[in-house]
Design a binder for this molecule. Structure first.
Ligand SMILES: [Zn+2]
Length: 54
């Protein structure tokens, strides 16, 4: 889960819009920051690949 804004580093609380969806093997997290009003998509796909598959 994305807890901090990638743009300004503000904490994404209940006011932030966060939605997750999958594209193929990649996990995309769409978040909107109430602090800087930036909507961004964070791709978490390959990073998770460093962990065991179970
Ligand atoms: Zn922000």
């Amino acid at each position: 889960m994305v807890n901090f804004c990638p743009s300004c580093g503000a904490r994404l609380g209940e006011a932030a819009f966060v939605q997750e969806y999958w594209v193929a093997q990649d996990r995309h997290v769409v978040c909107w920051c109430p602090e800087c009003s930036v909507m961004c998509t964070v791709v978490l796909g390959r990073i998770v690949g460093t962990e065991p598959e179970h």
